[in-house]
Design a protein around this ligand. Structure first.
Ligand code: SF4
Length: 363
């Protein structure tokens, strides 16, 4: 019988597993689950022999039924600017990438997590889409959270003062297409006995796809169940142009998404981050004016992202002059606009560039 992977379970699921499969007394299951979470996510034990408060008999039983297996780091690239990119090998030998982006002090990082192998959404400016035109498979909850564990191991981030301070689910894949597994990973990230990240330290992105879940409104479900920042990969405020660079816009139009994003804000009271890659063609006055109209409808902040021309030669990056002008229009209308320089350009780790040539995706 295949062992249950520890990292695939959230706290309640582990509690149930301990009661039903390990036959822990139900009155003690919560305490045991807390001790296991603490040992794995805070003390970073490598195997269950580290559960020193458990009887030898219980430890042996847990070892037979639960594994702590993780993906492997098979390649590490370091950028001149301090960005670190990992290539991970999953159990089925497929690969995904994870990126650690340092702040100015080079002592704290934001981690960019992938949620699937490949992506079928075919955003034209995205390198992942250029090499992998389809979704190969979703990552398991454990494969998502272990990207953080492996990165913490690599930079020795196990003291109470975290080095990895923020998480963005903006790597390969679209989190709303893998919502159940993303939820378990976020549960364990937020759990006080888990990795213990605050709700404002985590950002989940969406292009707009996957907003229906089991015929329910996934946005409302996500607002309650994830309760973290939501980033909307908008990239163009003109529907015809957005469809050209993001074909998914034909199915999920800007107008149809606005009420959904408003619902997310109403539930969480967290502003929506609008993500905008700075291309020559989407930084026009018309784009800025249309974007202002959208921002008036959804409480939001604008994140302008420098485009890395290496990712796709067909697109040209916007000039700094146009970026400044665009940003000024947004700010003059009372909205926040932040410009983020591209990081890790020399190792293809910047936004929209995750497409390691060594990676096996289709297996
Ligand atoms: S930008 Fe994101 S959603 Fe679009 S193709 Fe790339 S990985 Fe998929």
């Amino acid at each position: 019988m295949e062992k249950q992977n520890f990292y695939d379970l959230n706290f309640d699921q582990l509690k149930n597993f301990l009661t039903n499969k390990v036959e822990v007394d139900s009155s003690k299951a919560k305490m045991r689950a807390q001790q296991m979470f603490n040992a794995v996510y805070k003390k970073n034990i490598k195997n269950f022999d580290g559960l020193t408060t458990f009887s030898l008999e219980l430890r042996e039983k847990i070892k037979k039924l639960i594994s702590l297996e993780k993906p492997k780091i098979v390649d590490v690239q370091k950028s001149k600017d301090g960005t670190i990119k990992f290539l991970l090998e999953l159990k089925d030998k497929r690969n995904v990438e994870t990126v650690l982006i340092p702040d100015k002090s080079q002592s704290r990082y934001t981690i960019c997590l992938s949620v699937s192998v490949g992506c079928y959404l075919s955003c034209e400016f995205c390198a992942t889409a250029q090499i992998s035109k389809n979704l190969v498979r979703n990552l398991t909850p454990g494969e998502i959270i272990c990207q953080i564990i492996l990165s913490k191991n690599y930079i020795d981030d196990w003291s109470t003062q975290k080095k990895i301070t923020n998480q963005v689910l903006m790597g390969e894949g679209s989190p709303f297409l893998n919502l159940d597994n993303v939820k378990v990973a976020i549960d364990n990230s937020k759990n006080k006995d888990g990795l213990e990240y605050g709700r404002t330290r985590i950002t989940v992105s969406t292009v707009g796809v996957g907003i229906k879940k089991n015929d329910k409104d996934a946005i409302e479900w996500a607002a309650k169940e994830l309760d973290v920042y939501l980033a909307w990969s908008l990239h163009s405020s003109i529907p015809k142009h957005r469809s050209e660079i993001m074909p998914i816009n034909d199915k999920y139009s800007i107008d149809s998404l606005i009420p959904q994003l408003k619902k997310y804000y109403d539930q969480t009271k967290l502003p929506i981050f609008i993500e905008w890659i700075c291309l020559e063609e989407n930084m026009t006055d018309k784009h800025a004016k249309e974007l202002v109209k959208i921002m008036k409808k959804v409480p939001s902040k604008l994140n302008l992202i420098e485009f890395n021309p290496l990712a796709n030669k067909d697109f040209k990056p916007a000039s700094q002059e146009n970026i400044d002008k665009f940003s000024k229009t947004i700010q003059d209308n009372g909205f926040l606009s932040l410009f983020r320089r591209s990081r890790g350009r020399d190792i293809n780790a910047s936004c929209g560039s995750l497409a390691n040539k060594k990676a096996i995706r289709n297996g």
